[in-house]
Design a protein around this ligand. Structure first.
Ligand SMILES: [Zn+2]
Length: 252
């Protein structure tokens, strides 16, 4: 931008000083004075504008609509529930989480992850959970979504279900997210409508940030398992989360 302005000014000044005729020269000098003044003012305005623009760029081109912690449940020594084909909940949770992260970022929602690989976050369950809590507390996020998959004795049970901490702040967000899941996923895949349920879940009440657990489907159901292992379904989960987070961030 600055380069373009410099190139524009130079030929104008050269033209003014080059006049031999006195009258024309006077006109040229007056004109050039006014032009100088005008250009100086323009230059100042541009410098101010560029400085403001530069500051905005330095702080990040577009601020995110919201910040979300995605917590891939289990990992390492704790594989979570296991499907009939040997798939573990820990690996499915991580795959869904990474896909959801990608989609949320495309939707201008910043994501903080608790775990990024197959490992646990501590040597035992207590250490692992405390480390997740530490990441959540220091995230400054607008919401926490812990990604899990469910298992039930009856293989016919299907669908996405949301839970929140009985003493946490996630009740309203959980109800909203459950409603979105019901509308966009449960109606489509299993025709079953769930209500968000409260329980004694450490991860959902270890901070003051509205926190929920999304059980994304049942690995004990073969159709759900197929979905849970597909990127397309993870994208649908992400769409629901993005929709809910954005409307919550907008206060709707
Ligand atoms: Zn789980």
């Amino acid at each position: 931008m600055f380069m373009g302005i410099t190139l524009g000014i130079t030929p104008l000044f050269r033209g003014g000083k080059g006049q031999k005729n006195g009258y024309m020269r006077k006109i040229a000098v007056i004109s050039s004075k006014w032009i100088k003044c005008a250009l100086f003012a323009l230059l100042l305005a541009l410098i101010a504008g560029a400085a403001a623009g530069g500051a905005a760029l330095a702080a990040g081109a577009v601020p995110p609509d919201a910040v979300v912690v995605l917590d891939a449940g289990h990992g390492g020594f704790d594989g979570g529930v296991v499907a009939a084909d040997g798939s573990t909940e820990a690996e499915i949770n991580l795959r869904i989480t990474m896909r959801v992260k990608k989609r949320l970022e495309e939707e201008n929602i910043a994501v903080v992850l608790t775990r990024t690989d197959a490992s646990a976050l501590g040597a035992n369950k207590r250490e692992d959970m405390l480390e997740r809590a530490r990441i959540i507390e220091s995230s400054g996020a607008d919401a926490v979504i812990s990604i899990h998959v469910n298992k039930y004795t009856s293989p016919s049970r299907r669908g996405v279900q949301v839970f929140y901490g009985d003493t946490g702040t996630g009740g309203a967000f959980a109800a909203k997210l459950q409603s979105v899941f019901n509308t966009y996923l449960n109606e489509k895949y299993c025709g079953r409508y769930y209500s968000a349920l409260a329980g004694d879940y450490f991860i959902a009440k270890c901070s003051s940030i509205p926190s929920v657990i999304a059980e994304c489907g049942f690995i004990s159901n073969s159709e759900d398992l197929k979905l849970l292992k597909s990127s397309a379904y993870a994208d649908e989960i992400a769409e629901c989360i993005a929709r809910c987070v954005k409307s919550a961030a907008a206060g709707v």
